[in-house]
Design a protein around this ligand. Sequence first.
Ligand code: G6P
Length: 298
Amino acid sequence: MTTTSAPALPPSVTMTDGEGGLPVVRVSTAVASGEVYLHGAHVTSWQPAGAEPVIWLSAESEFRPGAPIRGGVPICFPWFGAGRTPSLAPAHGFARIAPWRLTGASDDDGTVTLTFALTHDDASGAPGADRWPFRFTAGYTVTFGAELTLALTVRNAGDEAFSFEEALHTYLAVADARTATVDGLDGARYLDKTSSGEPRQVLQSGPVTFTSETDRVYLQGAPTTLLDPGSRAITITPENGADTVVWNPWVAKAAAMADFGDDEWPAMVCVETANALGDAVTLGPGESHTLRVTYAVR
Ligand SMILES: O=P(O)(O)OC[C@H]1O[C@H](O)[C@H](O)[C@@H](O)[C@@H]1O
Protein backbone atom coordinates (compact mmCIF):
# COMPACT_ATOMS: atom_id res chain seq x y z
CA MET A 1 0.00 0.00 0.00
CA THR A 2 1.32 3.44 -0.93
CA THR A 3 0.61 5.98 1.76
CA THR A 4 -0.02 9.62 0.96
CA SER A 5 -1.67 12.28 3.03
CA ALA A 6 -5.30 13.00 2.19
CA PRO A 7 -5.75 15.96 -0.18
CA ALA A 8 -7.47 19.17 0.93
CA LEU A 9 -11.15 19.05 -0.01
CA PRO A 10 -13.26 22.00 -1.18
CA PRO A 11 -16.48 22.53 0.85
CA SER A 12 -18.55 20.81 -1.85
CA VAL A 13 -16.63 17.53 -1.39
CA THR A 14 -16.86 15.30 1.68
CA MET A 15 -15.31 11.96 2.55
CA THR A 16 -17.48 9.79 4.75
CA ASP A 17 -18.41 6.19 5.51
CA GLY A 18 -20.82 4.86 2.90
CA GLU A 19 -22.68 1.57 2.58
CA GLY A 20 -20.98 -1.27 4.42
CA GLY A 21 -18.72 1.28 6.13
CA LEU A 22 -16.69 1.70 2.92
CA PRO A 23 -15.19 5.17 2.41
CA VAL A 24 -17.08 7.26 -0.14
CA VAL A 25 -16.40 10.69 -1.64
CA ARG A 26 -19.58 12.72 -2.01
CA VAL A 27 -19.93 15.81 -4.19
CA SER A 28 -22.78 18.28 -4.01
CA THR A 29 -22.90 21.59 -5.90
CA ALA A 30 -25.51 23.73 -7.66
CA VAL A 31 -24.38 22.09 -10.92
CA ALA A 32 -24.37 18.39 -10.02
CA SER A 33 -24.06 15.78 -7.34
CA GLY A 34 -22.07 12.57 -7.43
CA GLU A 35 -20.47 9.83 -5.41
CA VAL A 36 -17.35 7.67 -5.75
CA TYR A 37 -16.36 4.76 -3.48
CA LEU A 38 -12.60 4.33 -2.94
CA HIS A 39 -13.31 0.59 -3.25
CA GLY A 40 -12.71 0.27 -7.00
CA ALA A 41 -12.79 4.09 -7.50
CA HIS A 42 -16.37 3.15 -8.23
CA VAL A 43 -18.72 5.96 -9.33
CA THR A 44 -22.12 5.06 -7.89
CA SER A 45 -24.04 8.24 -8.66
CA TRP A 46 -24.15 11.28 -10.95
CA GLN A 47 -27.09 13.65 -11.13
CA PRO A 48 -26.82 16.94 -13.01
CA ALA A 49 -29.03 19.71 -11.53
CA GLY A 50 -32.59 19.43 -12.81
CA ALA A 51 -32.14 15.88 -14.15
CA GLU A 52 -33.10 12.49 -12.78
CA PRO A 53 -30.21 10.26 -11.57
CA VAL A 54 -28.24 9.06 -14.63
CA ILE A 55 -26.31 6.19 -13.08
CA TRP A 56 -28.09 2.99 -12.04
CA LEU A 57 -27.16 1.15 -8.84
CA SER A 58 -28.70 -2.13 -7.72
CA ALA A 59 -30.61 -2.13 -4.43
CA GLU A 60 -29.11 -5.60 -3.92
CA SER A 61 -25.48 -4.52 -4.39
CA GLU A 62 -22.90 -5.75 -1.96
CA PHE A 63 -20.59 -3.19 -0.39
CA ARG A 64 -17.69 -5.13 1.04
CA PRO A 65 -13.99 -5.62 0.39
CA GLY A 66 -13.39 -8.36 -2.16
CA ALA A 67 -16.79 -7.99 -3.87
CA PRO A 68 -17.60 -5.68 -6.78
CA ILE A 69 -20.34 -3.09 -6.43
CA ARG A 70 -23.31 -3.91 -8.73
CA GLY A 71 -24.19 -0.90 -10.85
CA GLY A 72 -22.45 2.45 -11.09
CA VAL A 73 -19.26 2.43 -13.13
CA PRO A 74 -17.03 -0.56 -12.44
CA ILE A 75 -13.49 -0.08 -13.76
CA CYS A 76 -12.56 -3.28 -15.61
CA PHE A 77 -8.75 -3.63 -15.61
CA PRO A 78 -6.40 -5.30 -16.47
CA TRP A 79 -8.73 -7.77 -18.13
CA PHE A 80 -12.34 -7.72 -19.31
CA GLY A 81 -14.74 -10.55 -18.43
CA ALA A 82 -12.63 -13.69 -18.18
CA GLY A 83 -9.86 -11.99 -20.16
CA ARG A 84 -8.14 -13.47 -23.14
CA THR A 85 -7.03 -17.10 -22.84
CA PRO A 86 -6.38 -18.68 -20.40
CA SER A 87 -9.50 -17.50 -18.58
CA LEU A 88 -8.78 -15.26 -15.63
CA ALA A 89 -10.54 -14.58 -12.32
CA PRO A 90 -12.07 -12.57 -10.81
CA ALA A 91 -14.25 -11.38 -13.69
CA HIS A 92 -13.23 -7.98 -15.11
CA GLY A 93 -9.87 -7.90 -13.28
CA PHE A 94 -8.89 -6.64 -9.86
CA ALA A 95 -9.13 -2.83 -10.23
CA ARG A 96 -12.84 -2.78 -9.31
CA ILE A 97 -12.17 -4.54 -6.00
CA ALA A 98 -8.89 -2.81 -5.13
CA PRO A 99 -8.46 0.09 -2.67
CA TRP A 100 -7.85 3.26 -4.72
CA ARG A 101 -6.59 6.48 -3.13
CA LEU A 102 -8.15 9.93 -3.49
CA THR A 103 -5.29 12.16 -4.67
CA GLY A 104 -7.02 15.45 -5.47
CA ALA A 105 -10.31 17.36 -5.45
CA SER A 106 -11.13 20.74 -6.97
CA ASP A 107 -14.28 22.74 -7.53
CA ASP A 108 -14.46 25.07 -10.52
CA ASP A 109 -17.72 26.97 -10.22
CA GLY A 110 -19.69 23.87 -9.24
CA THR A 111 -17.97 21.44 -11.62
CA VAL A 112 -15.95 19.13 -9.40
CA THR A 113 -12.94 17.09 -10.48
CA LEU A 114 -11.72 14.21 -8.32
CA THR A 115 -8.54 12.24 -8.99
CA PHE A 116 -7.74 8.74 -7.78
CA ALA A 117 -4.68 6.51 -8.03
CA LEU A 118 -3.87 2.81 -7.89
CA THR A 119 -0.46 1.17 -8.23
CA HIS A 120 0.61 -2.47 -8.35
CA ASP A 121 1.54 -2.07 -4.65
CA ASP A 122 -1.93 -0.74 -3.72
CA ALA A 123 -3.56 -3.63 -5.59
CA SER A 124 -1.26 -6.37 -4.33
CA GLY A 125 -3.73 -7.71 -1.73
CA ALA A 126 -6.73 -7.76 -4.11
CA PRO A 127 -7.97 -11.13 -5.41
CA GLY A 128 -6.43 -11.85 -8.82
CA ALA A 129 -3.63 -9.27 -8.57
CA ASP A 130 -1.06 -12.08 -8.69
CA ARG A 131 -2.41 -13.06 -12.12
CA TRP A 132 -1.02 -9.89 -13.69
CA PRO A 133 2.39 -9.27 -12.05
CA PHE A 134 3.36 -6.02 -13.78
CA ARG A 135 4.40 -2.67 -12.33
CA PHE A 136 1.84 -0.01 -13.22
CA THR A 137 0.34 3.22 -12.06
CA ALA A 138 -3.29 3.97 -12.83
CA GLY A 139 -4.86 7.40 -12.48
CA TYR A 140 -8.59 8.00 -12.66
CA THR A 141 -10.15 11.43 -13.13
CA VAL A 142 -13.85 11.90 -12.49
CA THR A 143 -15.47 15.23 -13.38
CA PHE A 144 -18.99 15.78 -12.06
CA GLY A 145 -20.69 18.72 -13.77
CA ALA A 146 -23.43 19.30 -16.31
CA GLU A 147 -21.57 16.46 -18.06
CA LEU A 148 -19.76 13.50 -16.51
CA THR A 149 -16.25 12.79 -17.76
CA LEU A 150 -14.25 9.73 -16.74
CA ALA A 151 -10.60 9.23 -17.73
CA LEU A 152 -8.51 6.19 -16.88
CA THR A 153 -4.76 6.55 -17.48
CA VAL A 154 -2.53 3.49 -17.21
CA ARG A 155 1.25 3.86 -17.20
CA ASN A 156 3.81 1.10 -17.48
CA ALA A 157 6.07 1.67 -14.47
CA GLY A 158 8.17 -1.46 -15.05
CA ASP A 159 10.91 -2.44 -17.43
CA GLU A 160 9.04 -4.91 -19.64
CA ALA A 161 6.12 -4.37 -22.00
CA PHE A 162 2.64 -5.45 -20.91
CA SER A 163 -0.80 -5.57 -22.47
CA PHE A 164 -4.16 -5.17 -20.81
CA GLU A 165 -7.88 -4.90 -21.44
CA GLU A 166 -10.00 -2.14 -19.89
CA ALA A 167 -13.57 -0.91 -19.73
CA LEU A 168 -15.57 1.83 -18.06
CA HIS A 169 -18.58 -0.39 -17.47
CA THR A 170 -21.29 2.26 -17.02
CA TYR A 171 -24.75 1.19 -15.85
CA LEU A 172 -27.20 3.82 -17.15
CA ALA A 173 -30.66 4.26 -15.64
CA VAL A 174 -33.56 3.95 -18.11
CA ALA A 175 -37.34 4.09 -17.72
CA ASP A 176 -37.65 0.71 -19.48
CA ALA A 177 -34.89 -1.20 -21.31
CA ARG A 178 -37.57 -2.83 -23.50
CA THR A 179 -38.28 0.49 -25.20
CA ALA A 180 -34.77 1.98 -24.99
CA THR A 181 -32.47 2.01 -28.03
CA VAL A 182 -28.79 2.71 -28.65
CA ASP A 183 -28.06 4.77 -31.77
CA GLY A 184 -24.66 5.11 -33.42
CA LEU A 185 -23.73 1.46 -33.95
CA ASP A 186 -25.53 0.86 -37.26
CA GLY A 187 -23.19 -1.04 -39.57
CA ALA A 188 -20.75 -1.98 -36.78
CA ARG A 189 -19.63 -5.58 -36.29
CA TYR A 190 -20.15 -7.11 -32.87
CA LEU A 191 -19.27 -10.26 -30.99
CA ASP A 192 -22.42 -11.82 -29.58
CA LYS A 193 -21.45 -13.19 -26.16
CA THR A 194 -24.87 -14.77 -25.58
CA SER A 195 -24.20 -17.47 -28.20
CA SER A 196 -22.61 -20.63 -26.81
CA GLY A 197 -19.00 -21.42 -27.64
CA GLU A 198 -16.88 -18.79 -29.37
CA PRO A 199 -18.83 -15.51 -29.74
CA ARG A 200 -20.46 -15.15 -33.15
CA GLN A 201 -19.59 -12.07 -35.20
CA VAL A 202 -22.71 -10.19 -36.34
CA LEU A 203 -23.37 -6.98 -38.30
CA GLN A 204 -25.58 -4.43 -36.54
CA SER A 205 -28.44 -3.08 -38.60
CA GLY A 206 -30.23 0.04 -37.31
CA PRO A 207 -30.39 1.01 -33.64
CA VAL A 208 -29.72 -1.54 -30.90
CA THR A 209 -32.93 -2.72 -29.25
CA PHE A 210 -33.42 -4.94 -26.21
CA THR A 211 -35.68 -7.96 -26.66
CA SER A 212 -33.74 -10.66 -24.77
CA GLU A 213 -30.42 -11.06 -22.94
CA THR A 214 -28.00 -8.73 -24.71
CA ASP A 215 -24.23 -9.04 -24.30
CA ARG A 216 -22.29 -7.61 -27.23
CA VAL A 217 -18.80 -6.29 -27.83
CA TYR A 218 -19.11 -3.84 -30.75
CA LEU A 219 -15.80 -3.44 -32.54
CA GLN A 220 -16.36 0.30 -32.76
CA GLY A 221 -15.62 3.16 -30.37
CA ALA A 222 -17.67 6.00 -31.91
CA PRO A 223 -20.19 8.21 -30.05
CA THR A 224 -23.54 6.61 -29.22
CA THR A 225 -26.87 7.86 -27.89
CA LEU A 226 -29.02 5.93 -25.45
CA LEU A 227 -32.59 6.96 -26.25
CA ASP A 228 -35.10 6.47 -23.48
CA PRO A 229 -38.52 7.29 -25.02
CA GLY A 230 -40.64 9.72 -23.06
CA SER A 231 -37.75 10.38 -20.75
CA ARG A 232 -34.43 11.54 -22.21
CA ALA A 233 -31.37 10.83 -24.34
CA ILE A 234 -27.90 10.21 -22.94
CA THR A 235 -24.99 10.83 -25.30
CA ILE A 236 -21.82 8.84 -24.74
CA THR A 237 -18.64 10.16 -26.32
CA PRO A 238 -15.60 7.91 -26.02
CA GLU A 239 -11.96 8.74 -26.72
CA ASN A 240 -9.28 6.07 -27.24
CA GLY A 241 -11.78 3.24 -26.78
CA ALA A 242 -11.92 0.86 -29.74
CA ASP A 243 -14.97 -1.07 -28.50
CA THR A 244 -18.46 -0.42 -27.14
CA VAL A 245 -20.00 -3.12 -24.95
CA VAL A 246 -23.80 -3.20 -24.64
CA TRP A 247 -25.31 -5.34 -21.91
CA ASN A 248 -28.67 -6.12 -20.35
CA PRO A 249 -28.96 -9.41 -18.44
CA TRP A 250 -32.74 -9.81 -18.97
CA VAL A 251 -34.85 -12.20 -16.84
CA ALA A 252 -32.90 -15.41 -16.28
CA LYS A 253 -29.45 -13.93 -15.84
CA ALA A 254 -30.76 -11.24 -13.46
CA ALA A 255 -32.42 -13.95 -11.38
CA ALA A 256 -29.17 -15.92 -11.30
CA MET A 257 -27.14 -13.02 -9.85
CA ALA A 258 -27.32 -12.73 -6.06
CA ASP A 259 -26.44 -9.02 -6.11
CA PHE A 260 -28.99 -8.07 -8.79
CA GLY A 261 -32.71 -7.84 -7.97
CA ASP A 262 -34.87 -10.20 -10.04
CA ASP A 263 -37.06 -7.32 -11.23
CA GLU A 264 -34.35 -4.68 -11.67
CA TRP A 265 -33.20 -5.48 -15.22
CA PRO A 266 -35.70 -3.24 -17.07
CA ALA A 267 -34.26 -0.21 -15.23
CA MET A 268 -30.73 -0.35 -16.64
CA VAL A 269 -28.67 -0.63 -19.78
CA CYS A 270 -24.88 -0.84 -19.79
CA VAL A 271 -23.07 1.07 -22.53
CA GLU A 272 -19.39 0.48 -21.86
CA THR A 273 -16.34 2.16 -23.38
CA ALA A 274 -13.65 -0.48 -23.76
CA ASN A 275 -10.47 -1.84 -25.26
CA ALA A 276 -11.02 -5.59 -25.11
CA LEU A 277 -10.02 -8.85 -26.79
CA GLY A 278 -8.13 -8.00 -30.02
CA ASP A 279 -8.14 -4.33 -29.03
CA ALA A 280 -6.11 -4.88 -25.84
CA VAL A 281 -3.57 -2.09 -25.26
CA THR A 282 0.18 -2.77 -25.20
CA LEU A 283 2.50 -0.36 -23.37
CA GLY A 284 6.27 -0.39 -23.33
CA PRO A 285 8.23 0.77 -20.26
CA GLY A 286 7.33 4.37 -19.37
CA GLU A 287 4.45 4.53 -21.87
CA SER A 288 0.91 5.47 -20.89
CA HIS A 289 -2.59 5.32 -22.34
CA THR A 290 -5.76 7.22 -21.46
CA LEU A 291 -9.30 5.92 -22.04
CA ARG A 292 -11.84 8.72 -21.71
CA VAL A 293 -15.61 8.98 -21.97
CA THR A 294 -18.09 11.84 -21.54
CA TYR A 295 -21.81 11.49 -20.79
CA ALA A 296 -24.36 14.24 -21.40
CA VAL A 297 -28.12 14.27 -20.89
CA ARG A 298 -30.64 16.04 -23.07
O1 G6P B 1 -21.33 -9.79 -13.39
P1 G6P B 1 -20.16 -8.96 -13.81
O2 G6P B 1 -18.84 -9.67 -13.63
O3 G6P B 1 -20.14 -7.60 -13.16
O4 G6P B 1 -20.31 -8.71 -15.37
C1 G6P B 1 -21.45 -8.15 -15.90
C2 G6P B 1 -21.36 -8.16 -17.43
O5 G6P B 1 -20.29 -7.32 -17.80
C3 G6P B 1 -20.10 -7.13 -19.23
O6 G6P B 1 -21.14 -6.40 -19.78
C4 G6P B 1 -19.92 -8.46 -19.92
O7 G6P B 1 -19.91 -8.30 -21.33
C5 G6P B 1 -20.98 -9.46 -19.52
O8 G6P B 1 -20.66 -10.72 -20.06
C6 G6P B 1 -21.11 -9.54 -18.01
O9 G6P B 1 -22.14 -10.43 -17.66
